[in-house]
Write a protein that binds this ligand. Structure first.
Ligand code: F6P
Length: 529
């Protein structure tokens, strides 16, 4: 099937597609997890066509190439092996003559040992055991750890975790104001150890710690592929520098030493459960037939919405406050991976690639932007997520209200309410017919707005590992559909280079006139403030 043929299958409404077999035919399960895409406009023909497209693109071959460590990130000449990061103890894996298993398992053991030592107070500051751990990192060196720390806050029993990502000083200042710095450990997380935001923030933290304590170096650890730079710039010794290979992509790195703050906060055992959940999804993604393969189905729906139906965004709404950061995490995962304009071969892509990913936790989202989702003329697909079980005993009734809201939204979006129904309802409620006729257009819901649902029993470390691994595998599959390299991020480079070039102008060392006319205005204004 080609893209035009896929578009041609778009037509029947969600209501028209419903029959008694719809749910069974358009949903799939993985253990306790349900992926329900029955309230979308996906047809049998569209789905068959999407499976054909994957076959034409040799999806299974590319997937195997990723798992076995081939250098599928061709523009950077790198393997893509985040799946290897969650392999269980005892696994053996070689790629060419590189012992991947040894690299992963040794590095995991070193991180676990350090995490245990910090938790037990065996590795401590002069003032005592560390009470606070501050992760300094950005992008993939921040978002995964933040997401997991927020989602599993109830499972945390180690030192308090803090995350400082931006270079605007606000978050670091808050750490300075609220933490006992004599018992605070800073972790500098940067794959490249060259990201300006992280480096400048870490320098500020080091300078402050040098004023606070006799041996500031004790308060620092690093997570990076560049241990020499960590030693050179911050004096961090090898035993507190946790390295990883260049085949760990930033946005896929929460499973690597980048997860160290989580290992400290949760403890190695729970972090291990998080890895195990992801590994289960890896096995499922690698072996399940397309029609039962959750990430493949999620990708098919994603591509269907983007290229079959032409929706420009996807709105992710976890009815689970613990996953409030997930939309942000997915923004980097999906938009940095698949927001590309050329194929792996360097030819222009002939279809739209990554949609805009956005969203936030429900039900709060209902009271913010759902108005637009229900009644604006431009529909956007939604992706709901929800746990069946409440966060703790005693919250059962609240959880039921949450679930009812989630289901009700998906019904309202799918079936809407006609003008006639709206009018009749108002008249039944005692309103006069003239007023009811006038108000009816405002109270009409067009419906036929698609949504999917991912439901899981409870949000445990294992479930969270599964949810993130599902998203990664979906992202990979969508990349195969679009023919792009999902593992580079050259689009971020230009801004980084220009920011460095811009700094002397902002510092006033160069005259504003030396930049182009459009910028000399704001620069001159800035210097006047
Ligand atoms: O935003 C671009 C990027 O390179 C991301 O891919 C990465 O996660 C982030 O910067 C941080 O990079 P690093 O870990 O090297 O500091």
């Amino acid at each position: 099937m080609n893209w035009n043929e896929l578009k041609a299958t778009f037509g029947p409404t969600i209501a028209e597609l419903q029959d008694e077999d719809r749910f069974l035919g358009f949903s799939a399960t993985f253990d306790d997890m349900l992926f329900d895409y029955s309230r979308t406009q996906m047809t049998d023909d569209a789905r068959e066509g999407l499976f054909d497209m994957l076959e034409e693109r040799e999806f299974e071959l590319i997937r195997e190439a990723m798992y076995s460590g081939e250098k599928i990130n061709v523009t950077e000449g790198r393997r893509v092996l985040h799946t290897a990061l969650r392999m269980p103890e005892g696994t053996r894996m070689m790629a060419d003559d590189e012992d991947i298993a040894a690299t992963v398992l040794d590095s995991r053991a070193a991180c676990y040992a350090f995490a245990d030592a910090v938790r037990a107070g065996e590795y401590a500051a002069a003032a005592g055991a560390f009470t606070d751990v501050v992760n300094i990192g950005i992008g993939g060196s921040d978002l995964g750890p933040v997401l997991v720390a927020e989602a599993l806050v109830a499972d945390m029993d180690g030192p308090r975790l803090h995350f400082v990502s931006n270079v605007d000083g606000a978050a670091l200042n808050q750490v300075f104001q609220t933490c006992d710095l004599s018992r605070t450990l800073f972790i500098i997380a940067s794959k490249s150890f060259g990201t300006i935001e992280t480096m400048e923030t870490a320098k500020m933290a080091l300078a402050r710690m040098q004023d606070e304590v006799a041996d500031a170096s004790v308060h620092f650890a690093a997570l990076t592929t560049k241990p020499d730079a960590a030693a050179e710039q911050f004096g961090i010794p090898a035993q507190r520098c946790f390295g990883f290979a260049d085949w760990v992509g930033g946005r896929f790195s929460v499973w690597s030493p980048i997860g160290l703050p989580l290992m400290i906060g949760l403890g190695p055992q729970k972090f291990g459960e998080f890895l195990a959940g992801a590994h289960e999804v890896d096995e499922h993604f690698r072996t399940a037939p397309l029609g039962q393969n959750l990430p493949v189905l999620m990708a098919c729906v994603g591509v269907w919405h983007r290229n079959g139906c032409g929706y420009p965004t996807r709105c992710v709404v976890p009815y689970d406050t613990r996953l409030a950061t997930l939309p942000q995490y997915l923004q980097q995962l999906d938009m940095e991976s698949n927001g590309k304009r050329v194929t792996v071969e360097g030819d222009e892509v002939d279809v739209a690639t990554s949609p805009v990913v956005w969203g936030s936790a429900g039900t709060n989202a209902q009271h913010a932007y759902f108005q637009m989702l229900h009644q604006s003329p431009t529909p956007q697909p939604l992706e709901f997520m929800i746990a069946a079980k409440p966060v703790a005993e005693g919250f059962e009734h609240m959880q039921k209200i949450l679930i009812a809201n989630c289901f009700a939204q998906s019904q309202a979006l799918a079936y809407g309410r006609s003008e006639k129904e709206a009018e009749d309802l108002m008249i039944e409620g005692g309103m006069g017919p003239v007023e009811a006729r006038e108000l009816a257009p405002h109270r009409t819901f067009p419906g036929n707005r698609p949504s999917t649902l991912l439901m899981y029993r409870e949000l445990s470390p294992r479930t969270l590992g599964r949810i993130i691994a599902l998203a990664e595998a979906r992202c990979f599959t969508e990349g195969v559909f679009w023919g792009v390299n999902s593992f580079d991020q050259w689009g971020v480079e230009l801004g980084k280079v220009l920011a460095t070039d811009m700094l002397p102008h902002v510092e006033g060392r160069f005259s504003p006139d030396m930049v182009d006319e459009a910028l000399s205005g704001p620069l001159a204004h800035y210097h006047g403030l």
